[in-house]
Design a protein around this ligand. Structure first.
Ligand SMILES: [Zn+2]
Length: 485
């Protein structure tokens, strides 16, 4: 058999039986990382709140950060970009470039937003309809993501890897509360909810939070064979922190953690530079506000820096005691799940017509909230599809499972995945590979509140449970493949 045919036969064998690829043929375990700047020009709208304001100042630059791992058989790229929520078409554009330019297929690339609320929008007009054309900024971000993966790939070097965890329960608060006061429970559509998102701080009306928190900070650390830190990827289930003046561009505590974790674990100036990454866990209903207390006065960025420094020192302490391994088996699966899109009820459509009429009369009393939900109901009623397909991805890095979901995921889903995982440990990166709105559990839909309102949550009530099951199936599939190996 000629050499070419022999190689071709081997290639066919390998693609049919991935487990048959002999361990003896594996190259060394390698890691590489990179950072690129994605700061937009001033003047573009910052979209953390209901009404966007133009950016007037850059307090700290926005970045895409990438970790590439290579177990000798497969390469995985994990990208985190400082943004409030990047739509699928931007991630897909970046993945297509990465595929064409590096050969890493889209299923082996996890691309997510950090969730800073003080970034210019890379969002589209409609969360359930893909934009036909990318905006100039979206195209720029996608191109830079691909650049980041390419640079990280170029930085690959033999490496060792460690996994670890710490806990910081003091900086996470469930933001949905049972309250005594019915006036706090009115939803935009004339109904009464059972829980209130972000109730007034220190109020007598507070009863108790309507759910748990997840205090875990999980991390993966990669170092060169001689011990130099290459990259640390952490995960914490806290929405943004905020305390950012209006008009400021900032990467919030995600950026502050990235700056602090290097020095905390002994990274020194080096070419290529160490890359710290903080990914967002399941924080759809979790924020940094202690609702029981009336609230302390803090200077801009004070809380961001406090939270980031706490997390960095806890992670550094845990990393110091972590055992480093010479290799880790990598795996990744990406599937599409079809979800029903929620449609407004006849009453909600009537309500929206009423608001639209008031707006047409120029009535100044229409609140921002009513104006926004009126537009969202109109959009869902007219131009939205009945179903959407969303990407669900599961990754394995040695004993660690990572779930990647394209929503603002509730903490209950993250905790359940951590509990049911078939691996030694697991965490979820939210706003990954897309950004389709909130993903409350069915139990939370029954309670109502902001995150469950149509227009905030756009997909079927059972979506969270279905996506959770899908991730578990993917992880189990990886376990089985591993058993056959
Ligand atoms: Zn958010």
């Amino acid at each position: 058999m000629g050499m070419f045919r022999w190689v071709a036969a081997l290639a066919i064998l390998c693609s049919c039986f991935p487990q048959a690829r002999g361990a003896g043929q594996d190259g060394p375990f390698r890691a590489g990382a990179a950072t690129v700047n994605i700061t937009p020009p001033l003047g573009q709208p910052i979209v953390g709140g209901f009404s966007p304001v133009p950016a007037t100042y850059v307090r700290d630059e926005l970045h895409t950060r990438c970790l590439v791992l290579d177990d000798g058989r497969r390469k995985l790229a994990i990208l985190l970009s400082d943004n409030v929520g990047i739509p699928r078409e931007v991630h897909d554009a970046a993945k297509a470039w990465i595929d064409a330019e590096t050969g890493i297929p889209p299923g082996d690339v996890l691309s997510a937003s950090t969730h800073t609320h003080s970034a210019t929008s890379a969002r589209g007009e409609n969360k359930v309809v893909a934009a036909k054309e990318l905006t100039e900024y979206q195209r720029f971000v996608a191109r830079r993501m691909a650049d980041c993966a390419r640079i990280a790939l170029g930085n690959l070097e033999p490496a060792k890897i460690a996994w670890g965890r710490a806990e910081e329960p003091e900086e996470v608060f469930n933001r949905r509360w049972y309250v005594r006061d019915e006036s706090l429970l009115q939803n935009p559509f004339g109904g009464i909810d059972r829980v209130r998102m972000n109730p007034p701080r220190g109020s007598e009306a507070l009863i108790e939070p309507a759910g748990p928190v997840d205090p875990e900070i999980a991390f993966v650390s990669v170092r060169s064979r001689d011990g130099r830190p290459i990259c640390l990827l952490a995960n914490y289930s806290l929405h943004y922190v905020g305390g950012v003046p209006s008009g400021h561009i900032s990467a919030d505590y995600f950026g502050a953690f990235a700056r602090r974790i290097g020095p905390a674990i002994g990274a020194e100036p080096h070419e290529p530079e160490f890359v710290g990454i903080l990914s967002n866990g399941t924080s759809g209903n979790i924020n940094n506000i202690d609702f029981r207390s009336a609230g302390e006065r803090t200077a801009p960025y004070e809380k961001i820096e406090r939270v980031a420094s706490r997390l960095a020192s806890l992670v550094a302490e845990s990393e110091r005691g972590a055992a480093f391994h010479d290799r880790a088996t990598l795996d990744a699966r990406l599937v599409e799940v079809t979800l029903g899109v929620r449609k407004p009820s006849p009453e909600q459509i009537e309500w929206a017509k009423g608001i639209r009429a008031k707006l047409a009369e120029g009535q100044p009393k229409v609140s921002d909230r009513d104006r926004v939900y009126c537009a969202r109901i109109e959009q869902l009623a007219s131009e939205s599809p009945d179903e959407i397909r969303v990407p669900v991805q599961a990754i394995r890095i040695g004993p660690l499972g990572i779930a990647a979901l394209p929503f603002e995921v509730f903490v209950e889903t993250g905790l359940s995945l951590k509990k049911e995982r078939p691996m030694d440990s697991a965490f979820t990166i939210e706003l990954a590979n897309g950004s389709f709105g909130y993903l409350p559990t069915a139990d939370h839909h029954a309670l109502g509140g902001y995150e469950t309102w149509i227009g905030t949550c756009n997909v079927e009530v059972g979506a969270a449970a279905r996506l959770e099951q899908r991730v578990l199936e993917l992880w189990r599939g990886m376990r089985e493949a591993d058993g056959n190996r």
